[in-house]
Ligand binder design. Structure first.
Ligand SMILES: CC(C)(COP(=O)(O)OP(=O)(O)OC[C@H]1O[C@@H](n2cnc3c(N)ncnc32)[C@H](O)[C@@H]1OP(=O)(O)O)[C@@H](O)C(=O)NCCC(=O)NCCS
Length: 442
């Protein structure tokens, strides 16, 4: 809770790395009809507006189930569901078209708001809609004729991409069109998943009734691998329970991440600020879905701060590494590289360039103790050396108290303090009494 002016200033400063990380990225957001009808919806719209202001490219896919249900009841039209999908006959289709059309226009109106003294003041969001989704009929399955209920055949990612590059927020509904000129009613969550995959989006954010998923002990699952996601969906199907929204959401997220979407997020549409705390804070608010990446060395991003802290804290406690606060780490995250294994950070290293001196400092290098002795240290060092060469640096130096031999074995030679860039010499901590090593880069 922010109580003082100083806390506010600190909070705002610490959100800067997240703002930088998200700018220019593509996020697909799925809002079910229930979210649009929820009391918290005004806040959700304000937060989406904020993302737009921060330069995030946004696609909003909206569902309409409860609204269609209400319209059907009013018109005395009977509805049937099979496997969580509405069976849409011709009479229903007219209701669906009217309801979805009205809803899209209401959303456009919402995004056009700019009332003074509201979070929308000064915003100018241009929205765009179109025939981006090509659909095909589901047909008859197990004797059930789905009629005008269809599935996604193709997503026009190029057209959506053009709209996004023009700075437009793209609105997509649950309606798709077939080459025969017919309209089909689609499961909006599945549309969102396919759109995210076709765009190779950076994030697919799914709003559901629950705040992510919980494990058997009732604890929130912060991170779910797609493999585990598929297993959960499979278990659910085998349990004979009807296809719940939650399993459909896990299914959509897991498939999208397997198909190349960098991260999936499952949030609650009932929670005020869920979107902002998921995207701009370390702890997040829901469940993040990622594809099991076997092991990769890559540049760190803001989402890695938690993992790096977990890795280096024990080494800091032992005095092997210099202590870094989370704030410092967040602001310096762009200097870091990490080794990621199945979503966990098992190695990290930072490269601080001193451009004037054409030198770089290798610092905060650590491999998780369970994974040492597998050449990962060497692999990470090679990655840092490559980065240094790309930056035009000629020398890499390191200050170490406990791993001098490791560095010598990896081509470093003993150096003296005076060889370091002057600005670094003045920061030398004589109490730590670290040894200095350097390596000429080829
Ligand atoms: C140094 C470190 C990054 C090496 O990671 P790693 O993945 O185990 O390294 P590699 O697998 O590439 O190399 C392993 C070899 O180095 C040796 N080695 C590891 N740490 C060593 C050390 N501190 N001193 C001497 N040799 C060391 C191992 O014995 C092994 O050799 P062996 O196979 O002949 O027994 C890791 O030990 C670590 O995290 N240490 C604590 C943090 C630290 O000191 N960081 C450096 C300061 S910035």
């Amino acid at each position: 809770m922010i109580e003082t002016n100083q806390q506010y200033v600190n909070w705002f400063r610490h959100s800067a790395p997240y703002i930088n990380a998200h700018r220019g990225r593509t996020f697909v957001i799925y809002l079910p009809g229930e979210a649009l009808a929820n009391a918290n919806f005004a806040h959700t719209i304000h937060d989406i507006n904020l993302l737009n202001s921060l330069g995030v490219k946004l696609v909003l896919v909206h569902g309409s189930r409860p609204q269609i249900q209400t319209a059907s009841s009013k018109a005395n039209v009977e509805t049937h569901f099979h496997n969580g999908l509405r069976i849409t006959n011709l009479e229903q289709l007219a209701l669906v078209q009217a309801t979805v059309g009205r809803q899209a226009m209401q959303l456009e109106a919402r995004f056009s708001m700019g009332l003074a003294n509201s979070p929308m003041q000064g915003s100018r969001i241009r929205t765009s809609r179109g025939n981006f989704i090509t659909a095909r009929p589901i047909g008859i399955k197990n004797g059930v004729d789905f009629s005008y209920t269809g599935e996604v055949r193709r997503v026009d990612a190029e057209a959506i991409g053009k709209q996004l590059n023009d700075g437009n927020l793209v609105l997509i509904s649950c309606l798709g069109y077939s080459p025969t000129g017919e309209t089909f009613n689609l499961a909006a969550a599945q549309v969102a998943g396919r759109v995210a995959a076709s765009l190779q989006a950076d994030k697919l954010i799914v709003f559901g009734a629950d705040k992510g998923i919980t494990n058997s002990r009732g604890e929130q699952v912060v991170e779910l691998l797609t493999r585990a996601g598929h297993r959960l969906v499979h278990q659910h199907q085998n349990s004979g329970d009807s296809w719940s929204d939650l399993s459909m959401h896990i299914d959509v997220l897991s498939r999208a991440c397997d198909a190349g979407v960098a991260r999936g997020h499952l949030l609650s549409y009932k929670e005020d600020g869920a979107l902002l705390s998921e995207l701009f804070s370390r702890d997040g608010s829901g469940t993040m879905v990622i594809k099991e990446s076997y092991e990769q060395v890559r540049n760190a991003c803001i989402d890695d701060v938690g993992g790096i802290l977990q890795l280096i804290r024990p080494l800091e406690d032992d005095g092997v590494l210099v202590r870094r606060s989370r704030e410092l780490l967040e602001s310096e995250i762009h200097y870091f590289s990490v080794i990621e294994r199945d979503g966990a950070i098992i190695g990290c290293a930072a490269l601080y360039p001193f451009d004037d001196a054409r030198q770089g400092e290798l610092a905060c290098m650590a491999i998780d103790s369970s994974y040492r002795g597998g050449d990962r240290g060497q692999i990470l060092l090679k990655h840092i050396e490559k980065q240094s060469s790309h930056m035009g640096l000629q020398t890499l130096f390191v200050l170490t108290t406990a791993s001098s031999h490791w560095f010598i074995e990896n081509g470093f030679v003993s150096a003296v303090l005076e060889e370091l860039p002057t600005s670094r010499q003045s920061l030398y901590n004589f109490q730590r009494n670290s040894q200095v090593f350097s390596k000429q880069l080829l």
